[in-house]
Ligand binder design. Structure first.
Ligand code: ATP
Length: 323
């Protein structure tokens, strides 16, 4: 009888535990294994500063099934690490970002963020239902920033709708938009976009950076963020981007190698494959890993030569003017 009593109590406790687990699963705060994978809300809050862990395993992808534009890419990005992706036009850099954002599903392999496959049913459950989800913590600084025909305040709040005016101003300062703001007739209430004050390419990118700042992302993705800018503006934008990226996981796709120079790791892509990777210093010494040692160094040399030719051209123009 004693044994049966003990057995009954054990069984009851197990049923209570199971009930709690299923309740937790339903409201997304489960104490079971699945919740541990995603982290509870307080865990994800505390992980914000560290950034997300990103892993691509043997990823292949084609926009059409007969042409793969990403071929067997494996890349692990540690929390807080910054990675630059460079390579010739059409090598698959932007496509890789799209796969990270799950704009497309991989054809083969897997993409995971914080150990969870981005295609996983629980990931979708978690991201669509919970605001503390990962996707709400990803910020993108795109090639072309879209502005709405609305106030600058509204445009900046696209980063986070519930941001206070103080937070928006802080973000604008971080993105070095404050000087522009000071010149606006109605400050944050100034209408921008097609039917309002037109912002320059650099200013639009600053809006995108301010939006990213407001989002406090665990993962920052920037695609050619400085391609259309002159060198001085590019340096300013890069500094702001680096401030937002500080302590977070960041992936920068770039044409200009100077953009990724300070990244922890730079990967060089060619024909959808990673052909060389390492820090800028390692790659410059031809000490990166991969099948094409020295590719980065020669790309760097040819970009420097282009810059020099550009400078000589500028000097020549000035001289023509002087004489
Ligand atoms: P760039 O430096 O010129 O921006 P990239 O390295 O970012 O190039 P991707 O934009 O990823 O390259 O493109 C890789 C390949 O996929 C290219 O051949 C491109 O033509 C093709 N591609 C890109 N987007 C699409 C799409 N939406 N539909 C079909 N093919 C596409």
């Amino acid at each position: 009888l004693q044994f049966l009593g003990f057995f009954y109590r054990e069984l009851r406790q197990s049923l209570v535990d199971m009930e709690a687990m299923f309740e937790g699963l339903e409201d997304g705060t489960s104490t079971g294994a699945t919740a541990a994978e995603f982290g509870s809300e307080s865990e994800s809050e505390s992980a914000v500063s560290a950034g997300a862990a990103v892993s691509l395993k043997n990823v292949s992808f084609g926009y059409s099934p007969n042409r793969m534009v990403v071929n067997d890419v494996t890349l692990d990005i540690a929390p807080g690490q910054s990675v630059g992706i460079v390579g010739p036009s059409g090598s698959g850099k932007s496509t890789l970002l799209r796969l990270l954002l799950r704009m497309y599903d991989v054809t083969a392999g897997s993409v995971s963020v914080d150990g969870v496959d981005v295609r996983g049913a629980f990931y979708i459950y978690h991201t669509e239902l919970k605001q503390s989800s990962l996707r709400s913590r990803v910020a993108v600084v795109p090639q072309d920033t879209v502005l709405f025909n609305d106030s600058l305040l509204h445009n900046l709040r696209y980063g986070r709708a519930d941001a206070s005016v103080e937070e928006v101003l802080e973000a604008a300062t971080c993105a070095r938009l404050d000087a522009t703001l000071a010149l606006m007739p109605d400050g944050l209430d100034t209408m921008v976009g097609e039917r309002g004050v037109k912002l320059s390419g650099g200013e639009k990118q600053r809006v995108a950076i301010a939006r990213a700042f407001l989002r406090q992302p665990r993962l920052l993705l920037a695609d050619e963020a400085t391609s259309a800018l002159d060198t001085a503006t590019e340096i300013g934008i890069l500094q702001s981007l680096q401030e937002v990226a500080s302590g977070r996981t960041a992936v920068f796709v770039a044409h200009r190698l100077s953009t990724v120079r300070s990244c922890d790791v730079v990967v060089v892509m060619e024909n959808g494959k990673i052909v060389e990777s390492g820090s800028h210093a390692e790659l410059m010494r031809g000490k990166g890993t991969g099948t094409k040692a020295g590719m980065y160094a020669s790309m760097w040399a040819s970009q420097q030569a282009e810059i020099e030719i550009g400078r000589v051209g500028e000097d020549a123009k000035t001289n023509v003017g002087v004489f």
